[in-house]
Design a protein around this ligand. Structure first.
Ligand code: BGC
Length: 812
């Protein structure tokens, strides 16, 4: 069952039934100021950091679901309704929500009145603009009363939810004209405030929540709205809100626009005050004046759309398959921008207070984003590397506002450093900018122990070399990519964290075959980079370590039909036919086959066949099999989940593309494509009632074959799935791959495909690439013609910026 449809021309998903199986959300803003917005206008807003600078309040996991947001209440005689259906839930005559590229418009109609709301964050602006257009479609004059509503969060979203003995006494506001200012704690250590304005005279306002709703009422029955008159309440402590009340008269056929702005301001210390205890409002007024007419808002909106036209013109496929094209050209790339901005911090499954930016996550997010704005990827790489330790280890997470490593989680996840090699090399291949390697980057944010970024890559590589276990394989540390495979934790205490409790690291034999594969791949990349830089000695030294690792994997990591997953603390195998549960895992088989370990001996093919036989199901490839049915203290969190969920045998979508890529390494394009379709959101749209989450973005996981409800998805939006799927489809299946000295074209597709076209902008030049598959093969190039001339290489060179070139590739 569907709840809407794609509108590819406008790059929108159109929701036509507000009662989606889960709130279907979108993100506004892509620089400093952000909002989450659901299809019923729920959600919240923050500046840079969803924990430390939360501007508006939101209630996670509430009853009813999706409570709190930017709400409009329209009172039309005795009927009170909201354009997004919630919170009033008055039945609407029509409803439509369009989620687009960093904007959302929601339109509702009731009793002859249409309310259309457009929400977006203009470029380079610290504010969410809300344009509300009211239209009278009836034959009578309409006299409406319009109320806006937003609820302030007291900045730190964590303490806002727990420190009520303080919070209930701190709230402060100012009201001037049609602008409500939220200035809690401004006078002491803070130099920032928020505001909510409207570009029309108001009948009155409310800033005290209890007055507005009534102490025992919900969002759906504000007493002030029922009365039809604002109370002009001024919040002192308790819960400050912002609500404007506007009288609106509309003649038949008449429309009126209102522009609301929800903004954020930081003032310099010397410029904090206008007069004693009265905040300096200059910057807020500047922002308000930039958008004080509908025409100005429309112009800013056009700029945003043009910005996305440009971003999405860098990689365009025309395959003739609309489900594929809409993912590659629109939604997958859009989701990559979102994961780049938010890592795993704020979604409807990530509360914005738990996790900041992940070291491994952010590096992986880069690979789906770097082609869009390489300069931002560059800055991110430096930020990430600055949280690395001198020995190559690193903080697992850091806060976006402070850019400091998170001490609660600390380090010790032994895969982390290698992802920095992936992130950096992806950046250089896209941009051609080797100067990033010479940047002086601190360790642990301490400039006195800074070294070049290249040195950071060296210590990343060596962190593995210096932490090998008894089989010469990488020690796992707290965990590798799989945060829930905690082989040194041994926790029997439910009050401990599986990730940070490690009471048995001394003498541990816990080794990871996933890190081994990762090391061989990114080690090879490191060697190639060294050679490019003329560091032949270092390249040779590194190559020896890679060869040793390859041998160790073949000798100690092969189980006969697949690669084992790990050795546990005692040195026992995990992911082996010897095990009763968890006989086979996806990660090591993905990484070791992508690395091509044992390809000549047939290991890769066998391993991938086993994955297909034992892990693949209707909904994708599950992480392990058989699922764990009891708690194994020596394995940790993975065995704490019920079978089929999360890391215990769900389809953990993040790692499915590893198998897709591995299939392309051995040339099986049909199989890679089958896996791609299984978890691709546009292919799951018809099953939205089962799948539950947005049909336009990837989720972290889909319940696996052992689950109670296979096929049900969770954790949409913020997942490495976005970048890895884009990477797999764009660079390995369609096969258009940036390289140091050009773009490599090396498709691996289903044999039934006739071909496809890709327009790729690369270092300023445009490549019009046409792939023809007359011979119906899956991989291989028989002829390549560049600008009319036969070429003997499928590496298309770098061309002068501003020029356009044609590439014709015949497969065979
Ligand atoms: C984390 C990743 C991790 C994955 C698998 C995600 O929730 O953000 O860092 O690799 O889970 O455990």
């Amino acid at each position: 069952m569907k709840f809407g449809h794609f509108d590819d021309k406008n790059r929108e998903y159109v929701i036509t039934n507000p009662q989606t199986p889960w709130p279907w959300i979108n993100y506004l803003g892509n620089e400093d100021f952000f909002s989450l917005i659901s299809n019923t206008a729920g959600g919240y807003t923050f500046y840079k950091d969803a924990k430390f600078r939360r501007l508006t309040r939101y209630r996670y996991n509430n009853v009813p679901m999706d409570s709190g947001g930017r709400y409009f209440y329209i009172k039309d005689e005795d009927t009170i309704w909201s354009p997004g259906w919630k919170p009033c839930k008055t039945e609407l005559d029509s409803y439509e929500c369009r989620h687009g590229m960093n904007y959302t418009s929601i339109q509702g109609e009731k009793n002859g009145v249409t309310a259309k709301t457009l929400f977006f964050v203009p470029l380079q602006t610290w504010a969410e603009v809300q344009k509300l257009t009211l239209t009278n479609n009836s034959k009578e004059k309409k006299k409406l009363t319009l109320f806006s509503f937003t609820e302030w969060c007291l900045w730190n979203a964590a303490s806002d939810m727990e420190n009520f003995q303080r919070n209930f006494s701190t709230g402060e506001v100012e009201i001037e004209g049609s602008v409500i200012y939220h200035k809690t704690e401004y006078k002491e250590r803070r130099n920032h405030y928020a505001f909510y304005s409207v570009n029309a005279p108001i009948k009155g306002f409310d800033t005290d929540r209890e007055t507005f709703f009534g102490l025992y009422n919900g969002f759906d029955e504000p007493q002030v709205v029922a009365r039809g008159n604002p109370a002009n309440s001024v919040a002192h402590g308790w819960s400050p809100i912002a609500s404007h009340c506007i009288g609106v008269e509309l003649l038949p056929g008449e429309s009126k626009d209102f522009v609301f702005i929800l903004g954020y301001v930081e003032n310099d210390q010397e410029e904090k005050w206008e007069s004693k205890n009265i905040i300096n409002k200059t910057k807020a007024k500047d922002t308000i004046s930039r958008f004080d007419t509908a025409a100005k808002v429309d112009a800013a909106f056009s700029e945003l759309r043009a910005y996305w036209d440009n971003l999405l013109s860098i990689y365009i496929v025309n395959s003739g398959n609309e489900k594929l094209d809409r993912m590659v050209n629109i939604w997958n790339q859009y989701q990559c921008m979102v994961t780049f901005c938010f890592s795993r911090s704020a979604s409807f499954f990530e509360s914005g207070i738990g996790r900041g930016m992940g070291f491994r996550d952010s590096n992986q997010d880069l690979i789906g984003f770097v082609h869009q704005i390489p300069e931002r990827a560059r800055e991110r790489i430096i930020d990430i590397a600055s949280t690395q330790f001198p020995d190559g280890g690193c903080y697992h997470q850091y806060q976006p506002l402070t850019k400091r490593g998170n001490n609660d989680v600390g380090g010790g996840f032994n895969d982390d450093p290698l992802w920095l090699i992936l992130g950096t090399i992806s950046y250089i291949k896209e941009s051609g900018d080797f100067t990033i390697l010479d940047e002086i980057v601190p360790f642990d944010n301490n400039m006195s122990i800074a070294k070049t970024l290249f040195d950071h890559l060296t210590v990343s590589f060596d962190h593995v070399v210096n932490n090998l276990g008894p089989h010469g394989l990488p020690l796992i540390g707290r965990a590798d990519w799989n945060d829930c495979l905690n082989l040194n934790c041994f926790s029997n205490d439910p009050n401990e964290s599986f990730q940070t409790t490690g009471n048995k690291t001394e003498g541990s034999k816990a080794e990871s075959l996933m890190i081994a594969g990762l090391f061989v791949i990114y080690g090879k990349d490191y060697v190639e980079l060294c050679k490019k830089l003329g560091k032949t000695g270092e390249a040779a030294r590194a190559q020896i370590e890679i060869d040793k690792m390859t041998d160790a994997v073949k000798q100690h990591g092969w189980d006969g039909r697949w690669f084992i997953r790990a050795y546990d603390y005692y040195g026992h195998k995990i992911g082996s036919n010897e095990n009763e549960e968890g006989k086979i895992f996806i990660e090591s088989n993905g990484w070791c086959t992508m690395a091509g370990i044992g390809q000549e001996e047939g290991m890769c093919r066998k391993a991938l066949d086993s994955v297909n036989e034992l892990l693949s199901c209707e909904h994708g490839i599950v992480l392990n099999n058989p699922a764990f049915t009891k708690y194994y203290i020596e394995y940790g969190e993975i065995s704490s989940y019920p079978p089929g969920y999360k890391e215990n045998a769900a389809v953990f979508c993040h790692n499915n593309p590893w198998i897709m890529i591995a299939e392309t390494v051995i040339g099986r394009g049909d199989q890679a494509w089958e896996y791609y379709k299984k978890i691709c959101p546009s292919y799951l749209e018809e099953a939205s009632d089962l799948h539950k989450t947005e049909p336009y973005v990837y989720t972290q996981m889909i319940a696996g074959k052992d689950a109670f409800k296979p096929g049900e998805a969770k954790n949409s939006w913020l997942t490495g799935t976005a970048s890895w799927n884009f990477y797999a489809i764009s660079q390995f299946i369609l096969g258009i791959r940036p390289d140091y000295d050009g773009i490599k074209v090396d498709p691996c597709i289903p044999s039934t495909w006739e071909g496809f076209e890709v327009i790729r902008k690369f270092r300023g030049a445009t490549y019009n690439i046409r792939v023809i598959n007359k011979n119906h093969v899956r991989k291989g190039v028989s002829r390549i013609i560049i600008d009319g001339r036969l070429s003997d290489s499928n590496l298309i060179p770098v061309f002068e910026a501003g020029t356009t070139h044609s590439v014709l590739l015949e497969m065979g």
